[in-house]
Design a protein around this ligand. Structure first.
Ligand code: ADP
Ligand code: MG
Length: 352
C-alpha cells in the first residue's frame, strides 16, 4: 500500500540528506508509528507519501502508483485517497466545524446530497455531532483535532497520515485522539502516525519504524518506542508514565469494543440462520413451534449456560436479548459507510 525503495531525500542547500536509503513497506490495514527525534526525517517521509515532495533518488509507491510517474495534474485526485492531520490542526478559522469538514468536498465537486450525508457521518465518527455550528476558536484543542480528523476522513480515504497529531495536546486529550486513530484503523483504514510520544508507542504495541538522522534504524512489528535516552522528552517523566497507562487502558477498550463487535456479528449470523431454519421448518409444516437457538453471545463469552427456553422464534422476543453497546455497532456502520473498512478497487478518478 505504501512502499519506500531505497529513498534518499536531499533538500537544496543542505549537506546531509534528510532521508537516506529508506526502505519499508506498509500493508493495507496496518497501524504504523513512525518515531525518531526531531529532525530525523518523519515529516519528510509523510510529505513524500502525499507527493508534496519527490525523492532525490529511490522510489515511493502509494496505492499501487509510482509517485515519480504520477502527472502533476493527477496529484489532487491521488490525494483524495489519503487523509492527513497535523500537529497544528490547520482548520479554517472563519468557517464553522461543518463548513471545515464540508470544504474539501465542495472544492472537489461532491454533490450536495453526498455532502449533507457525509459531513454529519464524519463528525459523528469523531464524536462531534452537536458541534457542527461552532467556530474553531470555540473548541478545545482536542476537539479541533477531531474536526481535522473528520475532515481527513470525509473523503473516505484508504490511508490516514498523522504528523505528530497529539503534539499540541495535553496527555488526557492525546489519549482520546490516539484511541480515535486506533478505532479508525480498526475500521480498516491504514494509519501512519509520526510521533514523539513514547507512552503511546509503548502502550499500543503496534508496528514501529524508527528513523535516526534520516536513516531507518528499526522496524518492529510490535514495537515500543525503544531506547528513549537520546530522544528529547516533551513532557516530564511522571506525566509520560500516566499517559502511557491511560493509553494502555484506551487501547484495551478499543480491543474490547472490537471483540464485542465480532460477537455481535456472530450473534447476528446465528440469528439469521435460526430464522432460516424456522422458516424452512414452517414450510415443511412442522407441528411444533421452532426453538430459539442457544444465545451465541454466551457461547463466545464462555458464560455459564442456562437451559434453553422453548418459545417461538418469530415474532416473539429472543430468549437472550443481545445487550451490547448500540453506539459501537452504529459507529461501525458509519465507518463502513465512510469506506473505512472496504476494498480499494476505486480508481484515482477522472484525469481531465
Ligand atoms: P522530523 O519530522 O522527524 O522532525 P523533518 O523531516 O522535518 O524531520 O526534517 C528532517 C531534516 O530535513 C531536518 O534536518 C530538517 O532540518 C531538514 N528539512 C526538512 N525540511 C526541509 C526543507 N524544506 N528544506 C531544507 N531542509 C529541510
Ligand atoms: Mg516533523
Amino acid at each position: 500500500m505504501i512502499r519506500f525503495e531505497n529513498v534518499t531525500k536531499r533538500y537544496r542547500g543542505t549537506s546531509k540528506p534528510a532521508l537516506s536509503g529508506v526502505d519499508f513497506e506498509v500493508q493495507r490495514g496496518e497501524f504504523v508509528f513512525l518515531v525518531g527525534a526531531s529532525g530525523s526525517g518523519k515529516s519528510s517521509c509523510l510529505r513524500l507519501i502525499l507527493r508534496e515532495d519527490v525523492p532525490t533518488t529511490g522510489r515511493v509507491a502509494v496505492l499501487g502508483r509510482d509517485l515519480r510517474s504520477l502527472a502533476n495534474r493527477k496529484v489532487p485526485y491521488f490525494r483524495r485517497h489519503i487523509g492527513s492531520v497535523f500537529q497544528d490542526f490547520r482548520l479554517l478559522p472563519s468557517k464553522t466545524v461543518y463548513q471545515n469538514v464540508a470544504f474539501t468536498l465542495q472544492v472537489t465537486g461532491s454533490s450536495r446530497g453526498f455532502i449533507q450525508q457525509a459531513v454529519p457521518e464524519a463528525l459523528a465518527l469523531v464524536g462531534l455531532d452537536g458541534k457542527q455550528k461552532r467556530m474553531p476558536h470555540e473548541l478545545s484543542g482536542g476537539e479541533q483535532q477531531r474536526v481535522a480528523i473528520a475532515r481527513a476522513l470525509v473523503n473516505r480515504p484508504q490511508v490516514l497520515l498523522a504528523d505528530e497529531p497529539t503534539g499540541n495536546l495535553d496527555p488526557a486529550t492525546s489519549v482520546d485522539i490516539m484511541q480515535l486513530l486506533a478505532r479508525i484503523n480498526a475500521g480498516g483504514t491504514t494509519v501512519l502516525c509520526a510521533t514523539h510520544e513514547a507512552g503511546f508507542v509503548d502502550a499500543m504495541r503496534r508496528r514501529v519504524i524508527e528513523l535516526s538522522d534520516g536513516e531507518m534504524v528499526r522496524d518492529e512489528v510490535h514495537g515500543g518506542y525503544g531506547d528513549t535516552s537520546n530522544i528529547p522528552r516533551l513532557v516530564p517523566e511522571e506525566v509520560r508514565g500516566a499517559a502511557a497507562a491511560a493509553a494502555l487502558t484506551a487501547v484495551q477498550e478499543v480491543q474490547r469494543q472490537t471483540a464485542d463487535l465480532s460477537v455481535v456479528r456472530a450473534a447476528l449470523a446465528e440469528e439469521l440462520s435460526a430464522q432460516r431454519r424456522a422458516a424452512a421448518s414452517a414450510l415443511s409444516s412442522a407441528p411444533e413451534p421452532a426453538r430459539a437457538p442457544a444465545a451465541p453471545v454466551e457461547k463466545a463469552a464462555e458464560a455459564p449456560r442456562e437451559p434453553v427456553e422453548e418459545r417461538p422464534v418469530a415474532p416473539g422476543p429472543r430468549t437472550h436479548p443481545i445487550v451490547l453497546p448500540q453506539v459501537d455497532v452504529a459507529e461501525l456502520g458509519v465507518a463502513d459507510r465512510l469506506g473505512l473498512s472496504d476494498d480499494d478497487a476505486e480508481e484515482v478518478g477522472p484525469t481531465s
